[in-house]
Design a protein. Sequence first.
Length: 147
Amino acid sequence: MPIAVAVVAPVSLAFDITKDSLQFRLVGTVRTTLEMPCSRCLEPFIMPVEQAFDLRYQPHAKNTGEGEREIEEDDLTTAFYENDEIDLGQLMREQFYLALPMKPLCRDDCQGLCVVCGTNLNKGTCTCKREWDDPRLAALKKLKAES
Ligand SMILES: [Zn+2]
Ligand SMILES: [Zn+2]
């Protein structure tokens, strides 16, 4: 399920760029604040993000041949550029995506929602009975009734 993530603060992008023949290397950090819904209580919350990257950019290969295979070994950190342009917007989106937690939580001890009535248990309580009858206790009750 894709989560709706919004960028809620100005993005700061700082990097060093080095060029080695036709390959660029970008080493830097991107910082911002993201807003996303908590996976437990569904309330939006904000999370500061600081993501370091070390990326290589190769010119987009027009002839696929030997070169392609070399790149595959390292394809997590290798991207392509076209027309002498590196797409920094794309770079930032990818870094934000990498920075996202698997299970975003508004706080570690988020109480989530009541499964019965949907009350946000961080904000209030409800009177739903969320316990279950322990079958061992049920057996004991029965025993008592029979004796
Ligand atoms: Zn939450
Ligand atoms: Zn409830």
